[in-house]
Design a protein around this ligand. Structure first.
Ligand SMILES: NC(=O)c1ccc[n+]([C@@H]2O[C@H](COP(=O)([O-])OP(=O)(O)OC[C@H]3O[C@@H](n4cnc5c(N)ncnc54)[C@H](OP(=O)(O)O)[C@@H]3O)[C@@H](O)[C@H]2O)c1
Length: 283
């Protein structure tokens, strides 16, 4: 699996696994835990979750799968666990409580990357102070943000401690390329990875005719083209969510798919890059 270098010398895999919609239905718990276990067997080493998903349910399911995988020999250090705090929990005290609860649900001692889910009413300096306090306690390794437009990123970087932000997780797919105008160039200049969420546009790109045409040339599935395109962008990593075994395997294999200039030109014509600034898209 290709990796993305971090400014502090670390590295993350270019492909991770999303967990939105997991943990919402107790009847699905066994299926979802098994899907996460399979993902670890396939090779996925970065998992993205949030206190919001299933009201803590996604973290609980991930916690179960992590415990099982570790009992089966998977080393905790081999994994990068990403979680997110609600904006209303982004004060120093709020982050302390939210992180403590996430760690309990996940059954781990440290979150590798802790994100502010989106910018809310709490002053960013308080959030930075809260993240730094969690780092001092050892509860989080790195911190970052999500759904930050370029103005938000500038505001953050101007504050004491703000330059330590390690990632911005945003909506980015072939059908949603707005971040290419300002957010992605800003992050590239600072070697701050962009984590692309909804890289298959919640499944809809898996049926797009333009992707089917490119996929046909390579003998792969359209969703793999969508993912290979996201991963071909310098400084970008993708975190598709999948529960079905076939999807987990296809998405993993997409990291090996190389799109040529003809493919990229065709995709640019069907999904043109943004010509001007536009508000950040969110899901
Ligand atoms: N920070 C934020 O505000 C934010 C917002 C949205 C999402 N996220 C994160 O990003 C992750 C990914 O986004 P997402 O889950 O919204 O959308 P997504 O990853 O673009 O799409 C997920 C959907 O695509 C299906 N799928 C996966 N692989 C496929 C394949 N190879 N062929 C056909 N269909 C496939 C999945 O089905 P099955 O599950 O049935 O396999 C699921 O229905 C989330 O899970 C979450 O962790 C973050």
């Amino acid at each position: 699996m290709p990796t993305l270098a971090l400014p502090d010398g670390g590295a993350w895999p270019a492909l991770g696994l999303g967990t939105w919609r997991l943990g919402e239905d107790p009847a699905q718990q066994a299926t979802e835990t098994a899907a996460l276990r399979l993902a670890f067997e396939i090779g996925y080493r970065l998992v993205d979750t949030a206190e919001m998903y299933g009201d803590g349910g996604a973290e609980r399911v991930l916690g179960l799968a992590l415990a099982q995988a570790q009992r089966a020999g998977l080393a905790r250090e081999a994994l990068t666990i990403v979680s997110k705090a609600y904006p209303q929990h982004a004060s120093v005290d709020g982050l302390h409580k939210a992180c403590e609860a996430s760690l309990r649900r996940l059954g781990i001692d440290q979150i590798d990357l802790y994100l502010l889910h989106w910018r809310g009413g709490v002053a960013l300096q308080q959030t930075i102070d809260g993240f730094e306090a969690l780092q001092r306690r050892g509860w989080i390794r790195r911190w970052g943000v999500s759904n930050f437009d370029v103005g938000d990123l500038r505001d953050l970087a101007d504050l004491p401690g703000g330059a330590a932000c390690c990632a911005n997780q945003v909506y980015y797919s072939l059908s949603e390329r707005g971040v290419e105008h300002a957010v992605l160039p800003w992050q590239r200049q600072r070697a701050m990875p962009l984590m692309a969420y909804c890289p298959i546009d919640q499944g809809s790109l898996a049926n797009h005719p333009a992707l089917r045409a490119v996929a046909g040339h390579h003998g792969v599935a359209p969703a793999q083209v969508a993912l290979a395109w996201v991963m071909s962008r310098p400084g970008v990593m993708a975190i598709p969510k999948a529960v079905r075994a076939e999807h987990l395997r296809q998405n993993w294999a997409a990291a090996r798919l190389v799109l040529d200039d003809t493919d990229l030109g065709h995709l640019d014509r069907v999904f043109p890059p943004p010509l001007r600034s536009q508000p950040l898209a969110m899901r």
